[in-house]
Design a protein. Structure first.
Lengths: 121, 682
């Protein structure tokens, strides 16, 4: 299970990027935009990092229809239910982990203030 | 559901047709193929030679498949029909239907077989409220497959229909020119695929599963489900049928949400094939002794969807357990808040109650350990948000006046919380059972904190808070001159003085002082509350009483089952048994399947419980009622190590054996028999 504490993240931990809503979660969420992998969100407890890895292992994949949906997801502004109903974003793989991450980012996402020119792809 | 409809289902996919098998939706006939709260097919009408065949029999083989036996007749008396029709339908990701026409005559016949197809893609809320569509309907035909579609921006839903025989395919259906030799048959099979929000992603999986494979899977899943449940041997024969019906209906209502393992019970057919926090929690509690895996799936699923943020539109606050999730168009465009909606003031406490009950019954501590964070957040919600005005009681008031629910307790219809004179109680409302649930949840979680989380300080705090709440509650809610607990405290902290079944839930939770419990028991068993078939939601003596009022006079079997369980808690064994017997006798008269609710008419007046016009059936917690009744009759409980059996069985039920009851003890049997009058007196 992705959320039971694997420490094999392999990515750069961006210390200081805390996301309190992700407390207790461990795993990797691959993000694709319009079918193309753009990065991986590595979650280690309350820390998370967005890394450019698009080929390594991932527990779940968030399939975003466009850049704006991906940014909303990372900023914690995406309602995964609405997005799924409107076919803007869907989850594959361990959907429980993916849902927890998306909902967890709604509580203090480290990307909340990012306009798209900072750490977001 | 009216008796002139036939329903088959699996998870959130269900088909409601008339007894011919046709779907012919009108403002008054809610026929259709439904998935994810959307109607994917509203018209599906068969004609043979221009005639709609006449139904001979309907064979409901299983909850997911049905056969319709029909004849093509001209309606002329004394003229035998030479053409018979069998329609076989099975739920898949839509449904598969085979139509077989047999010519019993001595000459060949030439016929036009027509299947009209159409869809309005109505959201279930639109079906209920008769609303108009906003987006665009379309259809197209590719390689013999008819696609019916609906588009509103990126919200796209499609129904694909494919026949295995060549014929004419039109935008409104299929036509086959058929010649059937004498004494021969002709058949055609249709695959109807509903393509919902995950259609693209799930496509590969759908293609891998042929219908026959899926049907086989559903069949073996049901067989395993029944085989896994404890075996019942009852000397009162109807009980065996009621028990099996409950298990089968519970199997039919299993609903996989896809984000956590296992299936949780959906609320009910037809309008509530969705996740409802309260319904899933109460049903899982009722079924714990029989199918504990439902509780684990419910707890884990609801934990993932626990609210993180403060969102007035959805009545969400951090730590709150959801009320309802929907996937239809109105939810997608936020005309409705069910994405998810959190307007249930009791679900958070019920989540904690079930968590502890599951832990103690099964001895499986992993759920309590895994969900510690969520359970602590739920406890925090009670004091931080549930008690809105910090008066020591949980109360509710919707925060969005347009879309929120007025009443956020289980009696959630608009007129359920009223004074004895019929006046509605002003909001916010602190209904009495909510306080009982808080009391129970805190004591239960104190044990979990002490024994599982190794947090004695939290345990002590929770026990202390629960004890203080009990003292306050017995002072502030008691109505001395009427001798029962107020239904609620209203927005002005006045006691809402109607006599209702809610006082029975106080016995379940244990918050009532013993002397007050005794008076409550007498009210519950009085002619005003006990109809003879169960406990009325509101006593016949009250101003708002209506025997067919949804929450103001009808009998809800689940409600009665919890009242009976509560009476057992306080030692009222004979009274509990009397209610259990009444519920089971009602179930027998409903052919083994209790509806959501039935009329509150006194038993002396009717030989059978009077049906409530729009009751869901099957409905999850009505299906669970006979299971909790069985647990009550046998006095089944767990001390965390052993199965406790303490039967109190009324005379007509004779002997009850329940074999292979799963729990922390492994598997055990329980036996009980009714005592003779003299033994009872001893």
């Amino acid at each position: 299970m992705a959320n039971e504490g694997s420490e094999q993240a392999g990515g750069d931990r961006l210390l200081g990027h805390t996301a309190p809503g992700l407390a207790g979660l461990y795993g990797r969420l691959r993000i694709t935009v319009a079918g193309k992998p753009v990065g991986t969100l590595v979650v280690e407890g309350i820390y998370c990092a967005l890394i450019p890895d698009v080929t390594g292992p991932a527990d779940a994949t968030a399939l975003c229809a466009d850049d704006e949906t991906m940014r909303k997801l990372l900023r914690g502004q995406l309602n995964p239910f609405i997005a799924s109903m409107q076919r803007q974003a869907r989850l594959a793989g361990d959907r429980g982990f993916g849902t927890r991450v998306i909902l967890g980012l709604q509580v203090g996402s480290p990307f909340a203030g990012d306009s798209g020119k900072g750490i977001l792809p | 559901m009216t008796l002139d409809t036939v329903s088959i289902l699996d998870g959130s996919t269900f088909v409601v047709s008339d007894r011919r098998g046709d779907l012919d939706a009108t403002p008054t006939e809610n026929h259709g193929l439904f998935l994810e709260d959307t109607r994917f097919l509203s018209r599906w009408v068969l004609t043979v030679g221009g005639i709609r065949p006449k139904t001979l029999s309907v064979d409901e083989q299983a909850y997911f498949k049905v056969q319709f036996f029909e004849a093509v007749t001209t309606g002329t008396v004394y003229v035998d029909s030479h053409l018979s029709v069998v329609r076989r339908r099975c739920v898949t990701t839509g449904f598969e239907e085979t139509i077989e026409i047999e010519n019993h005559g001595k000459e060949a016949v030439e016929l036009e077989v027509k299947l009209e197809a159409g869809s309005d893609f109505a959201d279930l809320f639109e079906v209920k409220d008769k609303l108009a569509k906003v987006g665009e309907l379309y259809n197209n035909i590719t390689d013999g497959t008819l696609t019916l579609g609906y588009r509103r921006g990126t919200f796209v839903r499609e129904t694909r229909i494919h026949a295995d025989k060549k014929g004419e395919v039109h935008g409104d259906g299929f036509v086959f020119k058929v010649k059937i030799p004498a004494q021969d048959k002709w058949s055609v099979s249709f695959e109807v695929e509903a393509r919902g929000r995950r259609a693209d992603i799930d496509e590969a999986d759908t293609l891998r599963r042929s219908t026959s494979h899926q049907e086989k899977g559903l069949g073996s899943s049901l067989g395993e489900w029944i085989a896994k449940a404890p075996q019942l041997i009852a000397s009162w024969d109807p009980l065996n049928k009621i028990y099996r019906r409950s298990l089968v209906d519970l199997a039919a209502l299993r609903f996989e949400i896809g984000i956590t393992p296992g299936a949780l019970p959906a609320a009910g057919l037809p309008w509530f094939m969705a996740i409802f926090g309260r319904d899933s929690l109460l049903t899982s509690f009722q079924a714990l002794a029989f199918a504990p895996e439902l509780a684990a799936a419910t707890l884990r699923g609801l934990a993932v969807l626990q609210a993180r943020t403060n969102d007035p539109f959805r009545d969400a606050e951090p730590g709150k357990i959801l009320h309802e999730v929907r996937f239809g168009e109105m939810t997608a465009f936020e005309d409705r808040p069910q994405s998810p909606y959190y307007g249930a003031a009791d679900a958070t406490m019920l989540f904690l109650i079930l968590l502890e009950e599951y832990d103690r019954w099964t001895g499986d501590h992993t759920v309590a350990r895994d969900l510690e964070r969520e359970a602590r957040a739920a406890l925090n919600w009670i004091d931080e948000y549930g008690d809105r005005d910090k008066d020591g009681y949980v109360e509710y008031e919707r925060r969005d006046p347009k879309t929120g629910l007025d009443n956020q307790c289980w009696k959630d219809s608009w007129d359920s919380i009223a004074f004895a004179d019929g006046t509605l109680a002003p909001l916010p409302r602190a209904t009495c059972e909510l306080q009982g649930y808080v009391y129970d949840a805190k004591h239960r979680m104190a044990r979990v904190a002490r024994e599982i989380w190794n947090d004695p300080a939290l345990a002590e705090k929770l026990d202390r808070e629960a004890d203080q709440l009990k003292v306050r509650f017995n002072r502030d809610f008691w109505i001395p001159d009427r001798g029962f607990f107020a239904l609620a405290l209203d927005g002005q902290k006045r006691k809402v003085d109607s006599l209702t079944s809610n006082i029975g839930h106080l016995l379940w939770s244990g918050i009532a002082d013993d002397d007050k419990a005794d008076l409550c028991m007498k009210h519950l068993m009085s002619d005003e509350l006990f109809s003879g078939w169960g406990i009325r939601t509101m006593a016949a003596s009250e101003g708002s009483y209506n025997p067919i009022g949804y929450h103001v006079g009808t009998v809800w079997p689940h409600d009665s089952s919890f009242v009976a369980w509560g009476l057992r808690r306080y030692g009222y064994r004979a009274e509990a048994a009397r209610i259990c017997r009444a519920i089971l006798e009602a179930a027998d008269l409903f052919d083994g399947r209790l509806p959501e609710a039935f009329g509150g008419y006194p038993r002396l007046q009717t030989n059978y419980p009077v049906e409530y016009p729009t009751a869901c059936s099957p409905q999850a917690w009505a299906t669970g009622a006979p299971l909790l009744v069985l647990r009550t009759l046998l006095g089944l409980d767990s001390d965390g190590k052993h199965l406790i059996v303490d039967p109190a069985i009324p005379q007509p039920l004779g002997r009850i054996e329940l074999l292979s009851i799963p729990g922390c003890w492994g598997s055990m049997d329980a036996f009980g028999r009714a005592l003779s009058m003299s033994e009872n007196e001893d």
